[in-house]
Design a binder for this molecule. Sequence first.
Ligand code: PLP
Ligand code: COI
Length: 341
Amino acid sequence: MNEQIDWKHLPFGYYPTDYNVRCTFKDGKWGEIEVTSSDKIELHMAATCLHYGQELFEGLKAFRGSDGKVRIFRMKDNAERVRSSARGILMEPIPEDLFCRMCEMVVKLNERFIPPYGSGASLYIRPLEIGLSPSIGVKAAKEYMFIVMVTPVGPYFKTGFGCTDICIMRDYDRVAPRGTGRFKIGGNYAASLVASEHAHEMGFSAVLFLDPKEKKYLDECGPANFFAIIDGKYVTPKSDSILPSITNRALMTLARDMGIEVEERHIAVEELERASEAGACGTAAVISPVGKVKDIDTGKEYVIARDGKPGPICTKLYNALSDIRLGDAPDNHDWNTILDI
Ligand code: PLP
Ligand code: COI
């Protein structure tokens, strides 16, 4: 059945699975969960998701553990964030319980696509919501569809847990200072595409965006948060224009558990001089250790990983996070939902 899947070399891409689950908000209430094997959606051509960007999504992962059990990592946190994103662009927030039931259901239905323990891969869960109602006037839809699809994935950055180089550019902003950066909505990603493409053309894997107001402080790194180890502390940007990363929050907790001081604060670009390690972190990125940060405008290059290898704190954090998600270490913070399959 799955013999053709090369689990160890899966890219971060779309691999078709058997089912997805859907639920529609209509007449002021959410309906029943529908299971389908179709990967198509029928839409009105004037739907608000097509014209006015009423689209949001989430990303979380399920893992097969060494004990054979399947765990979804921090699902309730994604449920909370998806509701915040919905409120951010006047969409209908999905109830937490419905969100969790849909995620669990779609993972169970596609159990054969959960990568085996030890493969380094996982089952990526991608919930999304769209505004369905036709509207030519700029206003929120009355009807919404929530879909949860899954796809088995490998590492987001090609280097996996190897160092990757990123760059700073001041010509592009991903979001506005008091805009939608803290919500996980499609428009933010559309707004990042030109900058990302430019960075890729110059040989960098991502853009380290600066704060859009003053362009003095580090914000986030493409589709991931950013952290650095400075003077032995885990330092990560405090900013209203970044997505509150669930992975970053987990890493902050794990760092504190290890006795590492954590600072959430503005980080001036020049502080990169003092960083002994740095990483991009997120569900897709996990931790992608940063090798160098090139400031394209000033020409300055901040070499972070002098030997080109992930540093000791990044490595310890990465292993601690992996062990919890795979059931190899106790889940002291109650982050995993274990499925009854
Ligand atoms: N920042 C952006 C822009 C993202 O797209 C993501 C991915 O979800 C993250 C940060 C990391 O967030 P999380 O750790 O919750 O996946
Ligand atoms: C995630 O980490 O889940 C993301 O959503 C990143 C992504 C846009 C690929």
